[in-house]
Design a protein around this ligand. Structure first.
Ligand code: SAH
Ligand code: SF4
Ligand code: F3S
Length: 430
C-alpha cells in the first residue's frame, strides 16, 4: 500500500481563495495526499494567500516564520505558498531565507501533485483559459457553499492587484457549475453563493449572468438561498435587477462596492462610474426589491484624496445607509497604477480617515439593525452562538447575523424568528 503524505492547508483572503482551497483539496485528495486538521501531523504545510493589501502578506510571512522551526524536528517537512502572493512574489519567496520551499500560482493547481513530487520550486505560469474543467471542489463548509463561476478580472481598478495576480476573466462551463451545486445540495448545503471578481461578466457560450441565474433556479428548485459576489456597479444590468425582483430563490441582499463617494476619486480609481451612476443603481435596486440589504467596500485615503473628497464618501454613506460596509485603508501595491500616483496620503491620516469611516458605519448599521426590532426574519441556523451553547446563530436572508434560543437539533434548519433587540452586528431574535 502506498503511504499517503499528510498536508495541512490554511487559507487567507477572499471567498475566491476559500473556493480555490476546496479545489486544491479535491486535486490532492484524489492523488497520494491526505488532508490533516492538525498542523502537527503535516508533511506539507500549504498557505493559500492573499495580496490585496500589505497587511495580508505580512500576516502570512509571520505565520511562516512561526512554523518554520518544525523543519528542525521534521527534516522532510515542506512549506509552500499558493495563491495570489505566490503569483505576485514567486521566486522572491523562495530565494530569500524565509523557510519557503515552493510557490505555486493560481492557474497551476491541477498540476499540484506533480509539482510536489518533482520539488519544482516555483510554478507560476498564467493560463488565461484555465477554469479547472472537470475538477469539482470538495466543499469544506457545512451549510453554505461557495461556488466559483468565473476567474480573473479585466477591470484594472488603479489600486488593485487582483487582475495582476489572477489574470484575465474567464467563465466556468455550466456543466461543472451544475456538478458543484449538486454536490453541495447532496451535503445539505442550502445556501449557495456564486463567486467571481465580477460575476456580471459571466459569459459561457451564449449564457450571460442573468441567464445563468435563471437556469440554476430552474435546475435546482431545492436551493433555499442563492447569492452572488461580487458585482461591479458598471456592469449591473437592468436585466439582472429584473431577475432579482422576480426570483424567490435569490436573497434580498447585494454586495455592491462603491469605493468612494467622490467623482474625481472614482475616476482616478478607474472605476468607470460616477457617484450619480451608483445612486441610480441603488435606487433601481431598492425600487425593484424593496427590502434589499446593501453592503459595500470603501477605501480610505486613496492617493490624492483631499479632506473634502473624503467627506463626500462620509456623506454618501449617510445618504445611502448601507447595511454594512467593509472599510479599508488604502495600501499601495507594487505594479498597480495608483502606487505610482504622487501625493500619497500619509499613513497616520489614512488611519484617521479609516477610523472615522468605521465609526460612522457602526452607527448606521446599529440604526438599521435597531429598525428591524419587531420584524420577523428567516434564519438558516449554522451553529451554536459563540457566547452560549443555549443559543444558536445563523444568517437572515438579507445577510445579517441572528442569534436565537435553540439547541443542537436546530442546526441546519431554517427557522422563523422575531427580532427583539439588536447590536451593530447581530440581530437578537426569539
Ligand atoms: N472584485 C471585487 C473585490 C476585490 S478585493 C470587487 O471588485 O469588488 C476587495 C476589496 O478590497 C475591494 O473592493 C477594495 O475595496 C479593497 N481593496 C482592493 N485593493 C486595495 C488596496 N490596494 N488598498 C486598500 N483596499 C483595497
Ligand atoms: Fe480589483 Fe476592480 Fe477587479 Fe474588483 S473589479 S478585483 S477592485 S480590479
Ligand atoms: Fe482574493 Fe486576495 Fe487574491 S482578495 S483574489 S485572495 S489578492
Amino acid at each position: 500500500m502506498k503511504i499517503k503524505q499528510n498536508y495541512y492547508i490554511e487559507t487567507y483572503g477572499c471567498q475566491m481563495n476559500v473556493s480555490d482551497s476546496e479545489l486544491i483539496i479535491s486535486v490532492l485528495d484524489n492523488d497520494d495526499y491526505e488532508k490533516v486538521e492538525s498542523i502537527d501531523n503535516a508533511d506539507i504545510i500549504l498557505f493559500n494567500t492573499c495580496s490585496v493589501r500589505e497587511h495580508a502578506e505580512q500576516r502570512v510571512l509571520g505565520r511562516v516564520s512561526n512554523e518554520r522551526h518544525r523543519k528542525i524536528q521534521k527534516p522532510g517537512l515542506k512549506i509552500g505558498i499558493l495563491g495570489c502572493m505566490a503569483q505576485r512574489l514567486g521566486e522572491r519567496l523562495i530565494n530569500e531565507d524565509l523557510g519557503i520551499d515552493f510557490a505555486i500560482g493560481v492557474d497551476q493547481y491541477h498540476a499540484l501533485p506533480q509539482i510536489l513530487k518533482e520539488d519544482c520550486g516555483a510554478e507560476l505560469n498564467f493560463d488565461f483559459n484555465q477554469v479547472y474543467e472537470g475538477i469539482i471542489p470538495k466543499h469544506q463548509g457545512e451549510h453554505c457553499a461557495f461556488i466559483t463561476i468565473m476567474r480573473g478580472c479585466n477591470n484594472f481598478c488603479s489600486y488593485c492587484i487582483v487582475p495582476h495576480v489572477r489574470g484575465r476573466e474567464r467563465s466556468r462551463p455550466y456543466s461543472d457549475i451544475k456538478k458543484d451545486i449538486e454536490d453541495a445540495l447532496k451535503s445539505n448545503m442550502l445556501d449557495i453563493t456564486l463567486l467571481g471578481q465580477n460575476v456580471n461578466s459571466y459569459l459561457f457560450e451564449d449564457k450571460a449572468f442573468p441567464t445563468l441565474l435563471k437556469q440554476i433556479e430552474k435546475d435546482f428548485p431545492d436551493i433555499e438561498r442563492l447569492r452572488f459576489i461580487t458585482s461591479h456597479p458598471k456592469d449591473l444590468s437592468d436585466e439582472l435587477i429584473e431577475v432579482m425582483a422576480e426570483s424567490s430563490m435569490l436573497c434580498n441582499h447585494i454586495h455592491l462596492p462603491m469605493q468612494s463617494g467622490n467623482n474625481e476619486v472614482l475616476s482616478r480609481m478607474s472605476r468607470s462610474y460616477s457617484f450619480d451612476d451608483y445612486m441610480l443603481i441603488v435606487n433601481k435596486l431598492r425600487k425593484a426589491v424593496p427590502d434589499i440589504a446593501l453592503t459595500t467596500d470603501l477605501i480610505a485615503g486613496f492617493p490624492g484624496e483631499s479632506e473634502a473628497q473624503f467627506k463626500d464618501t462620509l456623506q454618501a454613506m449617510s445618504d445611502i445607509c448601507f447595511d454594512y460596509a467593509f472599510c479599508f485603508k488604502y495600501s499601495p501595491r507594487e505594479g498597480t497604477e495608483a502606487a505610482s500616483y504622487e501625493n500619497q496620503v500619509k499613513e497616520p491620516e489614512r488611519l484617521r480617515r479609516l477610523q472615522e469611516m468605521i465609526e460612522l458605519q457602526r452607527k448606521i448599521t446599529l440604526d438599521k439593525y435597531k429598525a428591524m426590532i419587531g420584524k420577523e426574519v428567516e434564519v438558516y441556523v449554522e451553529g451554536f452562538s459563540k457566547k452560549s451553547k443555549k443559543k444558536v446563530s445563523g444568517k437572515s436572508r438579507d445577510f445579517k447575523i441572528c442569534v436565537l434560543t435553540g439547541s443542537a437539533s436546530d442546526i441546519g434548519s431554517i427557522m422563523r424568528a422575531k427580532v427583539i433587540d439588536a447590536t451593530a452586528g447581530t440581530l437578537i431574535c426569539e
